[in-house]
Design a protein around this ligand. Structure first.
Ligand code: ATP
Ligand code: MG
Length: 604
């Protein structure tokens, strides 16, 4: 491919909103362009890298026995009513009315559609297990689209759904998908950590996320010292350690004057006690009315756990006015003087039978000796943090930031039941299949590859995801020199390499800088040295290693640098370049010899 006929759209400056490396380099290298908030074009260079990732995913899915489909992105709202998610998906789901005023959804995920589709296809237990997938566009009205294609509003996902006659079969496919995911990410050179995850609005039981450890990751993973436990912070149970013996002021059943001390810090300071001995009351407004949560003074709420405890209801902190309307004195709320019929949750961090200091329900007063009895509903809604105990008992937890690139779920029969999917079992009786689902974000994975492979000059592609494998930079002064480079270009293409020949009429410095920003794994330079003494200069982008080659050993040297199996033994470079149509290299189909030499001379 000639750069003069391809579109290279590198940028000199970084747009202001590109704060993470992958976003910056994807824009600077001209892989993507911004259309609007969370909306990105894939430019030709970006599309090539995108296809590499897509094809690796497809290849591993097919090898794992999954079958590919394409379903409409626009989905009748009715399907979402059926699953109950019309309500639970909230504002993240794009909804639109058509000309008949019927509601539709721009699919954020496709459980509903695939289940409805498979209902008409699956007849008997013999049709199971089956794993169906697509690699297709998704829409999500993200509250904060950011980091370029990492969190956008329109993106491509590989989403797969499996159907089974029993749990054992589901587990088998779940394991297969785990292996397929490991293969996909390792082929892309991505280090990933699988962690236990929350199942959220998807329903179901087991769920794992594949996380790429990265400082810019939006997820926090908690990993135990002993290595037995690794999970998303969203999901990690909080294991209350020993809080130590409380001081007398905590144990005594007594009203305490705490003028103006309405925050945990102020109360703890004023009374000279540690926050672990305080009970914090937090009032939330949910779509089903108010809910009060009591939690240990030193802990924060885990919003994902709280949402689950509230049966998936949307919630927000209540305003002072809302608290006052219920008779509360904000900052001094406690278990005394609670309104009747209020939904109350006691977080598991507050142990029943132990004494705490809590708000007295009256301005400027707290009280000691507050004991929570079993009448409160206990839920684990506290955020576990680094330094907490591992739920597996193997030491403490440490925190690692991660990017979620993939997610696998055991869904159970939530969707098959809602859509009345039924097949006949061995005895002719109806059987409701159990399901799994498995997602990978294509652009996000691509961005994660860049996040793990870049330096201050640009991207350092792993060969498997690079838009081109080799860039041939020519610095020519005559048509004769141009023709010589054309021969090299042909030689590399015939050997089966994906080559971009930077034949643009630009200063060498500009071409080198572009090569570095775009980050092709191998750069071959044909300049003065080549025309005078036949020496080509090679540079490996990942390591900076420089070496020389002649046209005779160019193919084998490039093959070695790209980590390819050596070209067909017994065939010399000369023969290979001489007989372009017959050349076989690196196990690839030979490319057809072209008339590119003629094209080169007619170019100017
Ligand atoms: P997140 O917690 O980051 O919002 P999610 O849990 O909502 O992700 P899933 O519903 O499990 O994501 O979707 C499967 C995959 O799709 C994710 O692992 C991720 O790779 C990708 N993905 C999800 N949301 C986005 C987005 N807004 N932009 C790009 N990729 C996304
Ligand atoms: Mg999300």
């Amino acid at each position: 491919m000639r750069a003069s006929r391809f579109l290279i759209h590198t940028l000199r400056d970084t747009p202001a909103d590109a704060v993470i490396a992958s976003h910056r380099w994807m824009l600077r290298a001209g892989l993507i362009g911004k259309l609007g908030s969370g909306l990105y074009h894939l430019l030709p260079m970006g599309l090539r890298a995108f296809r590499k990732v897509e094809n690796i995913i497809r290849d591993e899915m097919n090898k794992a026995g999954a079958v590919e489909f394409i379903l409409p992105v626009l989905i009748p709202g009715e399907l979402w009513e059926k699953s109950g998610r019309w309500k639970t998906m909230g504002k993240e789901m794009f909804r639109l009315q058509d000309r008949h005023e019927t509601w539709n959804v721009l699919g954020p995920t496709h459980e509903e559609s695939f289940t409805e589709l498979m209902k008409g296809i699956l007849k008997s237990y013999r049709d199971l297990p089956v794993n169906v997938y697509q690699i297709h566009t998704k829409f999500r009205d993200e509250i904060r689209p950011r980091f370029g294609v990492m969190r956008s509003r329109e993106f491509v996902m590989k989403d797969a759904y499996s159907f089974h006659k029993d749990q054992a079969s589901l587990e088998e496919t779940y394991q297969k998908m785990r292996t397929a995911y490991r293969n996909i990410f390792s082929r892309l050179g991505l280090e990933t950590i699988p962690v236990q995850a929350d199942t959220g609005t998807m329903g179901g039981s087991a769920s794992e996320e594949f996380m790429v450890p990265s400082e810019v990751g939006e997820e926090t993973l908690l990993i135990s010292e002993g290595g037995k436990y690794q999970s998303n912070q969203e999901k990690t149970p909080f294991v209350p350690g020993e809080a130590g013996d409380p001081p007398a002021v905590v144990l005594e059943k007594k009203k305490l004057h705490t003028p103006g001390a309405s925050s945990i810090e102020d109360v703890a300071k004023l009374l000279g006690v540690d926050a672990v001995h305080l009970a914090k009351a937090m009032l939330f407004q949910t779509e089903n009315g108010p809910a009060l949560v009591f939690i240990r003074g030193d802990r924060q709420i885990n919003e994902v756990k709280l949402k689950n405890a509230l049966d998936g209801a949307e919630f927000r902190p209540a305003s002072e006015a809302e608290a006052a309307a219920l008779g509360f004195v904000p900052g001094f709320m406690g278990p005394s003087r609670l309104p009747a019929d209020l939904r109350i949750i006691r977080d598991a961090s507050l142990r029943p039978g132990r004494a705490y200091i809590a708000g007295a329900g009256e301005r400027d007063y707290h009280e000691g000796g507050v004991v929570f009895d079993d009448s409160y509903v206990e839920k684990d809604v506290a955020l576990a943090v680094a330094g907490d105990l591992s739920p597996m008992g193997d030491g403490k937890l440490r925190a690692v930031k991660g990017i979620e690139v993939g997610h696998i779920f055991q869904l159970g029969n939530k969707y098959s039941k809602a859509f009345n999917v039924s097949v006949l079992d061995e005895t002719g009786r109806p059987l409701i299949p159990t399901m799994g689902c498995y997602g990978i974000g294509v652009q996000r994975t691509l961005a994660a590859v860049i996040e793990q492979n870049h330096d201050e000059k640009g991207i350092k592609w792993p060969v498997s995801a690079s838009p081109f494998e080799v860039v041939l930079v020519s610095i020519t002064r005559s048509e004769e020199e141009e023709t010589k480079v054309e021969t090299l270009h042909q030689l590399l293409e015939n050997a089966g390499f994906e080559v971009l020949w930077d034949d643009r009429d630009l200063r060498p410095g500009v071409k080198f800088a572009d090569a570095e920003v775009i980050g092709y794994p191998v750069r071959v330079t044909a300049g003065k040295n080549f025309f005078e003494s036949g020496k080509l200069e090679l540079q490996v982008r990942a390591t900076g290693q420089m070496l020389e080659a002649t046209p005779e050993d160019l193919v084998s040297t490039v093959g070695r640098l790209l980590g390819r199996p050596s070209p067909t033994p017994g065939l010399t470079e000369e023969k290979r370049s001489g007989a372009a149509g017959a050349s076989k290299s690196a196990g690839r189909a030979p490319k057809k010899s072209s008339t590119a030499g003629k094209k080169a001379s007619s170019k100017k």
